[in-house]
Design a protein around this ligand. Structure first.
Ligand code: DC
Length: 227
């Protein structure tokens, strides 16, 4: 069987890629891979199991055996070892840990197979940092979403408050800059657009406009799909 088509949507935190990927997947009837959620769950599991972040082999082993389930109790729900961690993975600690485990090469390798398994007919929308560069380098459509860091911090703030999680805007901005730097400068799978990706700056675009633009690109680059 030919491989199912993949639409890779990469970008930094707060670029809107999560919401955009979800809506595009819904529109196309494709599956969705939120790869950041995998790194977030691994980060939380490291904390809960008391694994030393410096012990890369132990973190990778945890990644290989991670008992994670998506969509168990609601569309964007995530369960770790049967326990709902949908909110826990979105806290500052969850974000920080995700970025840290993401810098461990053996952990990335351990999570690779799991991510590849999401590629099923009729197709997949994959969101993350390295979907178009490393995980699905042969993705049919590659999009890299960016936005000014101040705008991204504001979006994250609204998102957290909306979920009932307390947040302080200047702290979010500082943390976002720190994570951007760590994600962009790391030696393995750094955050950067694939050479063949379309870069979209979403600073002044609302969600609907970005989704419309992505669907245009999909129609142009995947002409067999009737969107
Ligand atoms: O997309 P997100 O904000 O949920 O991702 C959280 C962290 O996970 C991010 O700071 C870096 C890491 N990550 C990664 O290293 N590779 C991915 N494909 C997705 C996320």
């Amino acid at each position: 069987m030919n491989k199912a088509p993949v639409i890779a949507i990469d970008g930094p935190s707060g670029s809107g890629k999560g919401s955009v990927a979800r809506l595009v997947a819904e529109e196309l009837g494709f599956a969705l891979l939120d790869s950041g959620a995998l790194y977030r769950v691994l980060g939380i599991a490291v904390l809960r199991h008391g694994v030393d972040l410096e012990d890369h082999a132990a973190v990778a082993e945890l990644a290989r055996t991670l008992d994670v389930e998506f969509g168990k109790s609601g569309e964007d729900s995530v369960a770790l070892e049967g326990e709902d961690v949908t909110l826990a993975i979105r806290t500052d600690a969850g974000s920080d840990m995700a970025s840290r485990v993401g810098g461990i090469p053996a952990a990335r390798t351990a999570l690779l197979e799991r991510q590849l398994a999401f590629r099923q007919p009729p197709g997949l929308v994959a969101d993350g940092r390295d979907m178009g560069t490393v995980v699905f380098p042969d993705a049919e459509v590659k999009i890299f979403l960016t936005a000014a860091v101040e705008e991204r911090a504001k979006r994250r703030y609204k998102q957290l408050i909306g979920k009932g999680i307390g947040a302080i805007l200047p702290d979010l901005l500082r943390d976002l800059k720190e994570r951007d730097e760590r994600d962009s400068l790391r030696a393995i799978s750094p955050l950067k657009p694939a050479e063949d990706a379309t870069v979209l700056d979403t600073t002044d675009l609302d969600l609907a406009a970005v989704v419309a633009r992505v669907l245009e690109l999909v129609t142009a680059q995947l002409p067999t799909l009737d969107t």
